[in-house]
Design a protein around this ligand. Structure first.
Ligand code: EPU
Length: 450
């Protein structure tokens, strides 16, 4: 297993381009299986989760041609209908083939995703929406088995609100299913996340009729078939936010290109309150802006509560918390989407952060400096928070289990390295040889004095 060895305290400098969004690319790939023709997606990041989705589509009878950052999906055989446990357990987002398979092939068998380190993560709302469209749903040996009625799914009025707001992948599943259903579907309390809008745009290019994407009310008129399309995945707002935190936590000046600023307004608002400057250099396309990020030495504490879009995204909570560890005073971070998503808290404490958690709230009392330590990544965004903490800490931080990070950030070590960070990917077995850490540290201090 790989680990990152980070020598903290180096300033970053230069320009970096945000890559395509994992959380858009996954459902976009899944939606492609509904087309009768080839669909080409551009700017598909090269990530472990994307490779799992490609493998799943191949098992489901699609040919997927990867060429650099593009992926062309073409259905060869539309008989398969089973997304097996072996794949689903490696990637929860496999659930987003449920709606497309059911509506296109009349039935779908998808292993029920289990809980994960950030919480229980039920799929009841997905199933409620599909049932409303006329599907019969049963649970068989741990699999969700969904069957469309004779003549196919039919449009309906559906309310998708739950105790924690709407559901992003649930909205996408029901929207995809409704696109090929007979008649009109109205989804009320739909998720407004930009990734839902991205999928709606692809579906529209394929010939679907979807109104209202990005608002809580979607109106979909079913069509008989979907055609081909060529579509560019939106830039990753969570990667962009993580890079902005990287600039701030290392007290650097970074230029970030292809930045979906328009999808990051709640996050930007908190950054400004903290004292991080975001200068917009080019905003002709607000979803692909160029910004320059810099921070004052003195960071101010803030209150932040995660919420469904357009509120502050849960996927940036760990990264912002790492930054707040260095603010002058007490910040309050409340998690309203995944109440248990605090795996980074005890690890940040190992680095000298002063954190007090009660239930789904953490009080962060800023300290002057974090100290390097071995820490354990436990989920994707927690890992990103630990990498950020390591970039600013004095001394060496070893982030274990970076395979979590690799699920959502493409070659983050190399890309941050190009900006001047001292971050090395090492096989954990080599760490047992003390020389490895010493060599990495020596290389870092040579670079620092160069
Ligand atoms: N929920 C239900 N019932 C459902 C579905 C969800 O109660 O049927 C609850 C969840 O337990 C949670 C809330 O509703 O409390 C929101 O969950 P949602 O369904 O919106 O999450 P998701 O669609 O499974 C996506 C992202 C997550 C991101 C969330 C929230 C993908 C592949 N995943 O998950 O991303 O945190 O939306 O924005 O798009 C990540 O990238 O690290 C990640 C976890």
């Amino acid at each position: 297993m790989d680990v990152f060895v980070i020598e903290g305290g180096r300033r970053l400098d230069g320009s970096i381009r945000v890559l395509g969004a994992k959380n858009a690319a996954l459902p976009l790939l899944a939606a492609s299986l509904m087309s009768d023709e080839a669909v080409t997606l551009e700017d598909v990041p090269d990530l472990a989760d994307i490779r799992s989705m490609v493998r799943l589509l191949e098992e489901l009878g699609c040919a997927v041609l990867r060429d650099g950052a593009s992926a062309t999906i073409r259905t060869r055989d539309d008989a398969p209908w089973h997304a097996r446990y072996d794949i689903v357990r490696t990637m929860r987002a496999s659930i987003c083939v449920l709606g497309p398979l059911l509506t296109k092939r009349g039935r779908a068998r998808v292993s029920m995703p289990g809980g994960c380190t950030i919480g229980d993560r039920p799929v009841d709302l997905h199933l409620r929406g599909l049932r409303a469209l006329g599907a019969t749903i049963e649970l068989d040996e741990g699999d969700i088995v969904a069957t469309a009625p004779p003549g196919g799914l039919r449009g309906a009025r559906i309310f998708l609100g739950g105790n924690f707001g709407s559901t992003v992948l649930g909205t996408i599943n029901v929207m995809c299913a409704a696109v090929l259903a007979r008649g009109r579907t109205i989804i009320e309390a739909a998720a407004c996340e930009p990734e839902v809008v991205d999928v709606a745009r692809l579906l529209t290019q394929m010939g679907a009729q979807v109104e209202g994407a990005g608002t809580p009310r979607l109106v979909i008129e079913g069509v008989e078939r979907l055609g081909g399309a060529r579509y560019t995945v939106m830039p990753d707002r969570i990667e962009a936010g993580t890079l902005m935190c990287a600039a701030a936590i290392t007290n650097s000046l970074l230029t970030i290109e292809n930045c979906p600023l328009d999808a990051l307004l709640a996050f930007w608002d908190r950054l400004e309150e903290i004292g991080v400057r975001v200068e917009v250099l080019d905003e002709r396309d607000p979803l692909r802006a160029t910004v320059r990020v810099s921070a004052d030495r003195v960071l101010r504490p803030v209150q932040v509560t995660t919420q469904p879009h357009p509120g502050f995204p849960t996927d940036l909570q760990a990264q912002l918390m790492a930054l707040l560890c260095l603010a002058e005073g007490n910040s309050i971070v409340t998690e309203k989407i995944f109440g248990e998503r605090f795996m980074h808290v005890p690890e940040l404490a190992r680095m000298g952060a002063n954190l007090y958690r009660q239930g789904s709230t953490v009080v962060v009392s800023g300290v002057r400096q974090l100290r390097g330590a071995p820490v354990m990544a436990s989920d994707l965004r927690a890992s990103a928070g630990l990498v950020l903490a390591g970039l600013s800490a004095r001394g060496t931080t070893i982030v274990n289990r970076v395979y979590h990070l690799d699920r959502g950030y493409e070659r983050l070590d190399e890309r941050l390295g190009r900006l001047g960070a001292s971050i090395e990917r090492v096989d954990e077995k080599d760490l047992e040889r003390p020389a490895t850490v010493a060599v990495v540290a020596a290389r870092a201090s040579r670079l620092a004095s160069a």
